[in-house]
Design a binder for this molecule. Structure first.
Ligand code: G4P
Length: 531
């Protein structure tokens, strides 16, 4: 029992988010270096040829140079067992990001210091906010000319609406980058890029009080500026407050350079100390203690055909409580069936390995014969635990999908259903129509391309997509009280049903929603489907 608590307490599970190109992959790679998980930087993603080695799951990612799918990595460092959840950087996958955040206990937001808050940072941050988890900010690329430091921090506060607390402070940037001042230690750590790609190499430390040595190292001008800024900072910035960090109200801020491996270890050390071990989760109103048995987990992601040679489908689960043993019988709550989880595995860079045991906080991927859905709970038989489902985002783009070759109906139905089950798309049908023609809804338009690509490549089915003008979707909350044929609609309204047969309405114009509500007294509408 004591061992169980010890194991779980050392877990740190976080998601890493950024606007594309801010340096998320480079930073992750350096983390792994410290964890001894890889020997040489570049194993995760080197230049050109080896790009995207980790999440190299779909051709489309390579073609576009974006990370569409997310991966999970684990390493040990400083007495902690760290689980990093990579999130897709592209805006069209905010739903995927949201699900990944559901599995995390905190988030690290990487920002390019020469660019500041970018469009995607804003979007992802909003998603983070919905989760209310601690958010840590890492300003990267300080070895390049960066924006004014106070402006950068201000921008976070104003644009993202979260208070900040700089833990370290940069001295210059670009060619004039001298290092960072650690506000806790009251010491300056001098920049050197000799560590590039390795974890070895000493970082020189000079106490702030040792003025002569500091002036000799960074020059009088930088020294004077630093003194001034420290004074300003101490007077103006929020004090560190762990409770506010825990509630996602205060973001600890760090500066560094992932590429030259400067400030990364400092960040890692502070981060692991400031972020929490696995947080309790709620199942049907009851708070489940992560440190105790029984084992429980929920599915936050389903990924098909990760390995083309095997045509497999992996369900990713976040363990929420207790310990998982590979041989154990578990209950799949939604399916009402007891089973053994097949080939439980963890990801390590580009490899997967089979795990014998895993603890709360860990992520395991299990072979999914097509039974799991996003949000499902799996637990030790005995006590039935049902975690709250993961809400589905309302799709904002719709298209009618037709298969080109009617002989391939079976593959089409299978493919489109499987992709929908993974949560990549949502499928709808016209009331009383068959599966020959379906309406697909997506949160981001790139998902249409992914759908087309995957149906062609994985199921050998060619489709034609015809974009529809609808932008607003409303599920009917009280279908039993409503006669679908009698709804008085507007000219831009369409009646459809989702995969589970729930009726809903599509609208082109947002004002039509209000009009239809006015015209049909008993009608209750909702912009998300209750699970
Ligand atoms: P992402 O995962 O957030 O999309 O970013 P990624 O790590 O791929 O980094 C994007 C580019 O920024 C890469 O250059 C990377 O080398 C560079 N970079 C990352 N961190 C730093 C940093 O601290 N300083 C500087 N100067 N550059 C940094 P690239 O040329 O696009 O790719 P590559 O050819 O180097 O792989």
């Amino acid at each position: 029992m004591a061992d169980l608590v010890k194991e779980i307490e050392k877990r740190r599970t976080f998601a890493i988010i950024s606007h594309p190109d801010a340096g998320k992959t480079t930073l992750t790679e350096k983390f792994l270096l410290y964890g001894g998980a890889i020997n040489l930087a570049g194993s995760v993603k080197g230049k050109a040829t080896a790009r995207h080695a980790v999440s190299d799951w779909m051709e489309i990612e390579k073609e576009r140079g974006i990370s569409v799918t997310s991966s999970v990595l684990q390493f040990n460092y400083g007495g902690c067992c760290v689980n990093i959840l990579d999130t897709p950087g592209h805006q069209d996958f905010s739903e995927d990001t949201y699900r990944t955040l559901m599995a995390a206990d905190s988030a690290v937001m990487v920002i390019d210091a020469s660019k500041g808050v970018e469009a995607q940072t804003r979007k992802l941050f909003k998603v983070c906010g919905m989760r209310g988890i601690p958010i840590f900010t890492f300003f990267n690329k300080m070895d390049r000319d960066a924006n004014d430091t106070f402006d950068l921090v201000d921008e976070i506060e104003k644009e993202l609406g979260i208070a900040t607390c700089p833990i370290n402070w940069p001295i210059g940037s670009g060619k004039g980058f001298k290092g960072v001042y650690d506000r806790n230690e009251k010491a300056v750590f001098l920049y050197s890029d000799t560590e590039k790609g390795t974890k070895e190499g000493q970082v020189e430390r000079i106490e702030l009080a040792d003025e002569d040595a500091l002036i000799a190292a960074i020059g009088q001008d930088a020294f004077d500026k630093l003194q001034e800024e420290i004074e300003l900072l101490d007077g103006a910035s929020a004090e560190f407050n762990q409770d506010e960090v825990d509630h996602g109200q205060l973001s600890p801020v760090f500066f560094g350079s992932a590429l030259t491996n400067f400030g990364v270890e400092m960040f890692l050390n502070y981060f692991l100390q400031m972020t929490s071990s696995p947080l309790p989760r709620v199942a049907e109103g009851e708070v489940i203690d992560p440190m105790k048995e029984p084992f429980s987990a929920f599915v936050f992601k389903i990924q098909a055909n990760m390995n083309k040679a095997h045509r497999d489908r992996i369900a990713f689960m976040r363990i929420c409580s207790g310990k998982f043993d590979a041989g154990m019988e578990v209950l799949h709550v939604q399916g009402g069936k007891q089973m053994r989880l097949s080939q439980p595995q963890q990801m390590m860079a580009s490899d997967r390995h089979i795990v014998d045991e895993a603890y709360a906080g860990d992520i395991i991927g299990v072979f999914d014969p097509g039974i799991f859905s996003i949000g499902d709970t799996v637990c030790a038989p005995g006590k039935k635990i049902t975690y709250e489902g993961i809400p589905t985002f309302a799709p904002e783009h719709f298209a009618r999908v037709r298969q080109m070759d009617t002989m391939k109906r079976k593959q089409f139905v299978k493919g489109i259903n499987q992709i929908a089950q993974e949560g990549a798309i949502q499928i709808f049908q016209e009331i009383s129509a068959g599966m020959e023609e379906v309406i697909v809804g997506v949160v981001g338009v790139l998902q249409f391309e992914v759908l087309e690509y995957r149906l062609q490549n994985e199921y050998n089915v060619e489709i034609r997509l015809e974009k529809l003008p609808y932008e607003h979707i409303r599920w009917i909350e009280n279908p039993t009280e409503i006669d679908m044929d009698r709804i008085i609609g507007t000219s831009d309204m369409k009646k459809i049903v989702d995969l589970k047969g729930r009726p809903l309405l599509l609208f082109v114009n947002s004002w039509s929603v209000g009009m239809v509500l006015d015209r049909n007294e008993n009608l209750k509408l909702s912009d998300f489907a209750r699970n």
